[in-house]
Ligand binder design. Structure first.
Ligand code: ACO
Length: 317
């Protein structure tokens, strides 16, 4: 099967900034507690007029406009989210309608929690390889504030809202390797349709233990399959759940700290949006050059874990 490369990125971020001090007005917490345990200082919450769908559309539109492709060249639209505005239609279908994307292509949402964007890349790759068009639009979006219990200090301080997107291209000889898996489990969950009130529940310590083993498992598996090493990777973009989780991985590989990007300080954990928004921020800062190799890693609810090692092959910022 052909590999994929990323040719452009985009993001849609809410306008409302919530600092740790703002959170301390809602629950008994402090900037010191939150920052030392998570590396988070602030996050974005949707303001009036903003929601999962508006953020997703903004991210998708930006990635598409930066890609330089004709939207009729798209072969699929895949959206990773666990906080869709509607159980049906999918967010992907509503993005398709808003941006007047082709009607004769597969358009669907994926529920793989914080690994949703990377699962989305792999699903898009399969669909593009099976079809005729070469380009796919993949989005990761969350409006987690909709499912946060603002009285539960152990979860509400961790999460934020946001959306990130990428246009990808399948290429015959593109170097690409991936790993997708899941362990099952209810260590982190949100009640489904019909529940009186859906909120995030998490056993933080269990998820932490899972995360610090899942990231190396994903990366090592990709290295084994590809014969590559950390030296071959220019930037490692992990799910931005907690700075301590990423620091643990940096130490494990003895890698330079700057190889592992971190931006949870300003955005918190945005689940499926965290990897694409971090990648977009790096691109906007001119940190990602054409031809560079990215290692993307996600882990989260369902105890999903996913990674993709691929090239950025687009225009530079
Ligand atoms: N402010 C102040 N005190 C708090 C807060 C808060 N916001 N939250 C919890 N506490 C208190 C607890 O009540 C507890 O007090 P007690 O000892 O008197 O009972 C104390 O702090 C310690 O609580 P712990 O839960 O043991 O804190 P821990 O050191 O484990 O840190 C944390 C919690 C930050 C959630 C950590 O477990 C973690 O990061 N886990 C990983 C979570 C994660 O990455 N989730 C995302 C992945 S999945 C996804 O992204 C969808």
């Amino acid at each position: 099967m052909e590999g994929i490369t990323i040719i452009s990125t985009g993001a849609g971020l809410p306008s409302r900034v919530m600092t740790n001090e703002d959170m301390a007005k809602l629950v008994d917490t402090s900037d010191e507690w939150i920052f030392t345990r998570t590396g988070i200082h602030e996050r974005r919450f949707c303001a009036e007029g903003e929601d999962n769908l508006s953020l997703a559309i903004a991210a998708a539109e930006q990635a598409l406009s930066r890609s330089g492709i004709d939207k009729n060249e798209l072969g699929c639209v895949i959206c990773g989210t666990v906080t869709a505005k509607y159980a049906s239609p999918s967010t992907a279908c509503l993005i398709q309608k808003a941006l007047e994307l082709p009607e004769d292509i597969p358009v669907l949402d994926i529920n793989a929690a914080c690994a949703g964007f990377i699962y989305g890349l792999e699903v898009a790759r399969g669909l593009l390889c099976a079809g005729e068009r070469k380009y796919g639009l993949v989005i990761g979006v969350e409006e987690l504030t909709k499912v946060l219990d603002m009285e539960d200090r152990s979860t509400c301080v961790l999460f934020g809202d946001g959306a990130g997107a990428a246009v990808i291209r399948v290429e015959q000889d593109a170097p690409y390797e991936s790993y997708l898996g899941a362990k099952g489990g209810l260590e982190i969950f949100i009640e489904g349709v019909g529940a009186e009130r859906s909120t995030v529940h998490m056993d933080g310590k269990a998820v932490f233990r899972f995360a610090v083993s899942a990231i190396p498992k994903v990366i090592n598996s990709i290295f084994e399959k590809s014969g590559k090493t950390m030296e071959d990777v220019d930037h490692c973009i992990c799910h931005q759940a907690n700075a301590r989780i990423i620091d643990h991985v940096v130490k494990k590989y003895g890698a330079p700290e700057e190889k592992f990007y971190k931006n949870m300080e300003r955005f918190g954990n945005t689940s499926a949006a965290s990897v694409p928004t971090a990648m977009n921020e790096m691109w906007e800062k001119g940190m990602i050059k054409s031809g560079e190799t990215l290692m993307l890693v996600g882990f989260g609810g369902g105890l999903t874990m996913a990674g993709a090692m691929l090239k950025f092959n687009g225009k530079e910022a």
